[in-house]
Design a protein around this ligand. Structure first.
Ligand code: TYC
Length: 109
């Protein structure tokens, strides 16, 4: 999203001398929220979590759950830091409340 700001160089405006400066506007850093595999959490519960907290369809949730089950981890979504942190806390609290050891982490994308 770099913009080319044109700055007058103070020459009275008639010499046509322009400098380009980089915009300081930055995209916010984004974070991947990741689910980790374990041997105890049920597949049904993981699919339910993906639908409840990550707004996935049943089909997408099933696909992500199987990816985690087969490869060890999978990405649930990409969010600004504060939202990623909140998702991790909500999923962890919900899972412990249902006595599952499901692990959810976030990392910079
Ligand atoms: N491996 C679990 C089982 O076989 C299922 C599972 C999938 C658990 C994804 C956690 O993040 C997970 N019941």
């Amino acid at each position: 999203m770099a913009e080319n700001n044109q700055k007058n160089t103070g020459d009275g405006g008639n010499a046509g001398t322009l400098t380009q400066t980089k915009s300081k506007v930055k995209r916010p850093a984004m974070y991947k929220v990741i689910l980790l595999n374990d041997d105890y959490t049920t597949m049904e519960f993981v699919v339910h979590v993906l639908q409840k907290f990550f707004q996935k369809s049943f089909e997408d949730a099933t696909h992500i759950m199987l990816q985690v089950h087969q490869k060890g981890q999978g990405v649930c979504g990409l969010y600004p830091k504060e939202i990623a942190e909140t998702k991790v806390m909500q999923v962890t609290k919900y899972s412990r409340g249902h006595e599952f050891p499901l692990q959810c982490i976030f990392e910079e994308a």
